[in-house]
Structures are given as C-alpha cells and as structure tokens.
Design a protein around this ligand. Structure first.
Ligand code: DX5
Ligand code: ZN
Length: 221
C-alpha cells in the first residue's frame, strides 16, 4: 500500500480566512487540500468553484489540490479546474453520461482522475475503468455536507475495493471521505484506505497539528 495521505476538507474551514486556514493545515502536517465543489443540483448544497482554487494557487499553495466534484454535468467544468491548478479531479459516475470519456478528459487536461462511489453505489461501477483511474474515492456519508456520521458499511466496501486495486498491480489510491476521525481512522486504514479526507475532525479543533499527528499515529498502529 502507498504512504498515507491526510487530506483536510476545507468545507469545514473558516471561508472568511481561507488562505490562512489552508496554510495552517498544511503547516500542521497535512498532505493534500480536499476541495469540495457542490452545485445545489447534484447535491443540495452550494460551495466553491475554480475561482477559489485559482485564488489558493495565487496565494502560494503548492500542495496537491484534490478536487471532489459534486456537480452535474461534469465535463464542462473540468478544463476550468485544470486551468485553476487542480492536481486531482474526482467525479461521481451518476453525474456523467460517459464515465470513460470524463476520465480521459481529466487526464488529457493534465490532472489525475478519480471516481467517487456514494454509499449506495455498487463497486461494479469500477468494472472496465479501474485501470484508467489514479484514485477511487469511497463516500462514507451521503455527499452534500460536512459533519455527518461515518456509515459503517463503508468498511466492507473498502476491503472489496482494496482487493480489486491490488489485483491491478497499479498505484491507484483508495480515498475515504466522510465522518473520518482519530477514533475510527485506524479501522478505516486497516480496511484498506490509504488517503483520508477529514473536515470537521480537523477544522473543528483549535490545534490542527495535534489532530493530524493523532491521525498519523492511529494509522501507523
Ligand atoms: C461531503 C464532502 C466531505 C466532507 C467531509 O459531501 O465530500 O469532503 O467535507 O466532512 P467531514 O469530515 O466533516 O465528514
Ligand atoms: Zn469530499
């Protein structure tokens, strides 16, 4: 398995001071910035777009920006995010009419491509496209909001997807998103995740470095 990545979701950051929040969480030891894009159509919430991604790059953020698109349609916004400095772009198959084409589009735009599985999306959606992907993102909450509770069936799903990824022999990351906290990250890692999104668990605490360190300790146990 690849080295663990901690990707704080800025959905739970203080948006009035976003640049400082991102600097702080990266200084605290986080690896990536998880960037949740919601359109009030595919999900019932509205957040941020390419302008904010570009603003973070202009602010001086050099860490990978992990864009999680919860938008429909998908393809139209992909080039905008690539130009804005996205490193990885993940999308939901339900929001794209042509999943294989969207993956190719993301890669042609120079980004890494990820597919996101909602809690009720079967793992079979990975058939025929898994080897094209750089990342599989499993939702352990229904998309749309931070601060929800981890759905336990995601653990079994992680194990199943981990097996499939290992069978490819390719360095495809397995990311988990939703309700990840220091007290459950150990079993999540044991089930096969190597990339961990956490929003409220990190930004909800005053000492980001302490939470990130606690998460790394738990993963390493
Ligand atoms: C939910 C988002 C998540 C969310 C996670 O739709 O994709 O990234 O911010 O927040 P927590 O860690 O608070 O569950
Ligand atoms: Zn997310």
């Amino acid at each position: 398995m690849q080295s663990p990545v901690i990707a704080p979701s800025i959905l739970s950051a203080n948006f009035a001071r976003l640049g400082e929040e991102v600097d702080a969480v990266l200084a605290a030891g986080a690896d990536w910035v998880h960037f949740d894009v919601m359109d009030n159509h595919y999900v019932p919430n509205l957040t941020i777009g390419p302008l904010v991604c570009e603003a973070l790059r202009r602010h001086g953020v050099t860490a990978p920006i992990d864009v999680h698109l919860m938008v429909e349609p998908v393809d139209r916004i992909v080039p905008d995010f690539a130009r804005a400095g996205a490193s990885l772009i993940s999308f939901h198959p339900e929001a794209s009419k042509h999943v294989h084409r969207t993956i190719q589009l993301i890669k042609a735009e120079g980004c890494q491509a990820g597919l996101v599985l909602n809690p009720a999306t079967p793992v079979d959606v990975l058939d025929y496209v898994l080897e094209e992907l750089d990342l599989v993102l499993l939702m352990s909450v229904n998309p749309g909001f931070g601060g929800q509770a981890f759905i336990p069936s995601a653990l079994d799903k992680l194990r199943r997807v981990r097996e499939r990824i290992d069978a490819t022999g390719k360095p495809i990351r397995l990311e988990i998103d939703g309700g990840v906290k220091p007290d459950n990250i150990r079993e999540i890692a044991a089930a096969g995740a190597d990339t961990f999104v956490a929003g409220s668990a990190i930004f909800g605490k005053p000492d980001y470095a302490a939470v990130v360190a606690q998460m790394r300790d738990e993963i390493a146990k």
